[in-house]
Design a protein around this ligand. Sequence first.
Ligand code: SAM
Length: 378
Amino acid sequence: MNHVDQKSGGGKSVLIFPGGMPRSLEYLENSLRDGRSVIGASSLVHDVSREKYPAWLFLPFVTEPEFGEALKQAISQADIGGIYSPNPVIWDYLNRSLKELAPGVALVNASPVSVELSGYRAALGQARGWLDSPLELASNVAAKPVMPAMEMAALFRHADIIPGMCDHEKFRVLCEIARRSPAGDIVEIGSWWGKSAFILARLARCYGIGKLLCVDPWSNAHLVQNDGTSMVDKVSAQVDAEEALAIFEMNLLPYNANHVNYLRMPSTDGARHYQSWGDVTTASFGTTRYDGRIAILHIDGNHSYAAAKADIAAWSCFVPAGGWIVVDDYIWPYGDGPQRAGDEFMAEHQNRIDAAFVMGSALFLQLSAPLAGKLARA
Ligand SMILES: C[S@@+](CC[C@H](N)C(=O)[O-])C[C@H]1O[C@@H](n2cnc3c(N)ncnc32)[C@H](O)[C@@H]1O
């Protein structure tokens, strides 16, 4: 006979079994937040996760003959209406036997195997789709052969689990410009949790471009951009820049082969450092020596007009012929800073721009010559 140790509850509950698996604990947390009544269960006599649940019961192992009867009893005693199980064997068994064992009680989650694999399958599908329909791109640098499908799927999959702001269209064009890029550094202004930085770091490696330098103050003060409706500033006030840098490091460190580093400072200070020093040293990434020419400049910092203009002005002088300048959020619902700054740059330097197009929400420019006829640091 099952004894339900119930601290609270009422109404139809969801049984979470086994209660101690990481996905079970995630489901528990979401349920408590959403006010869903849940009961944890385990076949272990002492299960450390028991204390986390508002109600708990013991079930025999699914392989034991008394499991079915014990589950039936638990369902009627605790008024269970559904079962969540992230364990593939238990899920499969219940999927086959619940109809007979407890008609009216259903599994509330999809097959754990397909849930866990769906991101990988999507990444492979995406990579194959992109390879089947390559983008035709005007460029003054000949394209290198495209990376193998598996490399692209890996890039896609790992980028997907990093939170951040890089839509698929922009991602796709970054892949294309990377293989039509001269050698040199990749510099990113504004990295936050590191999503686009990760993509750029992998592209730099896969296409042998050079090293990635991320420039970001990771400070809440620099997040203020006085967008017209203050909708962005309100959200920015709720995030923690110190934590963002820690997340950036967690995301980028595993992929660092002495080719990634960062300057924690505003972009204009970063440009002065870049002009005077070849090296960047941080405790986490060590020392990285940069080339001084920027093959790809990704501008995704503060989006106020003044900041976007200053970012372009401070860094574009390091971009050689064939190098790319990407102005992110050229199309941006919250303001027109990147667009005005990008348009002014194009108007001023049109005789040194070979390609200019917008894809996703970003502006992509390829230079035909360095801006002042020579690079700021060469
Ligand atoms: C939109 S987020 C970057 C998103 C990131 N590229 C991604 O893929 O998810 C903007 C970033 O710009 C940074 N930032 C703000 N002012 C800056 C400045 N003056 N120089 C460099 N970065 C700046 C912010 O700290 C923030 O990390």
